[in-house]
Design a protein around this ligand. Structure first.
Ligand SMILES: [Zn+2]
Length: 302
């Protein structure tokens, strides 16, 4: 497998989910091994999409550098990951990636319109030699070494409109485009006042989020289990901060962006990748178990 970028620049604009402010993103082709890089602010500060660039993971993933920030990058990141776009220049006018319809579907359409171009450099997937776990109690993510990526997610919520939803996602372009990308972000009507007071969900509306009232969603669902699908989409977008595909079975329960960030930081530590951005070459222990799943003391094969 080789790295991919897009063929031509494309733009989209819209209101940010949390800031409520208008923004515009322009996606352009980028050289191999450059990864996804945001450029924002008057000085066009370069902010690599990487775990160490994350400055806030409260309700959304915000990246920043030297005081310049870009909020809510996860749905664009998920779309790029889902379509196998590795290298991308993302110029941002504004403080937040537009919410559009609250899902990754418009970004999939945008990337499709840009076309894909295969590059000469090979993809270098990340593999782990031992399991990783973050969180605890009812909120956790376990990562088990595997020959390919698989995400199993359990979402438990007291609201009966959500309830318990379970999904296992195995990446594939069709399944991503049709089954995962269209799942929208969601929020609860009762939380909206407090969130807005705290500078969140100020652009949120029925046009870009599933809003759940006391009796259930105020707008129609795209999937019966749209909530857990969106959780997987967010996790996929946050995992894409690693810059390379990871071969692992990711087992998550009731996580969020903060836990996702804990996971990618733990993966980075495990792989010793922190030095990558300091200019040193990445050192990646490569050992894919022959049976696709590895066991470790205290952790059963899931
Ligand atoms: Zn989301």
């Amino acid at each position: 497998m080789r790295q991919q970028t897009i063929r031509k620049p494309v733009s989209v604009e819209g209101i940010g989910l949390h800031s409520g402010k208008p923004g515009r993103v322009t996606l352009s082709p980028a050289p191999e091994d450059s990864g996804i890089v945001f450029r924002a602010g008057a000085e066009r500060e370069r902010i690599p999409a990487a775990p160490e660039s994350v400055v806030n993971s409260h309700y959304a993933t915000t990246v920043g550098r030297n005081g310049t920030r870009v909020q809510t990058v996860e749905h664009l990141m998920a779309a790029a990951a889902g379509l196998g776009i590795d290298n991308l220049d993302v110029e941002v006018d504004g403080v937040e990636i537009p919410a559009l319809d609250g899902s990754a579907k418009p970004f999939v359409a945008l990337l499709a319109a840009a076309g894909r171009r295969e590059q000469s450099a090979r993809l270098k997937p990340l593999t782990l030699s031992y399991p990783i776990r973050v969180g605890g109690g009812g909120r956790f993510i376990h990562l088990v070494p595997s020959g390919s990526l698989r995400i199993s997610y359990t979402l438990d919520h007291e609201h009966p409109a959500v309830g318990t939803q379970v999904l296992t996602y195995t990446p594939g372009e069709r399944v991503f485009v049709e089954e995962l990308a269209p799942a929208r972000t969601y929020g609860f009507l009762k939380d909206l006042g407090l969130m807005r007071k705290n500078g969140l969900a100020r652009g949120g509306s029925l046009d870009n989020a599933v809003v759940v009232g006391n009796r259930g969603p105020l707008n129609g669902l795209r999937f019966r289990d749209e909530f857990v699908r969106h959780k997987v989409l967010d996790l996929l977008g946050d995992l894409a901060l690693l810059g390379r595909p990871i071969l692992a079975h990711v087992v998550a329960r009731n996580g969020g962006h903060a836990l996702n960030l804990e996971l990618v930081l733990a993966i980075q530590r495990a792989l010793g990748l922190e030095r990558r951005h300091a200019g040193a070459p990445a050192r990646v222990p490569v050992r894919v178990p022959a049976d696709g799943l590895a066991t470790a003391p205290g952790l059963a094969v899931i």
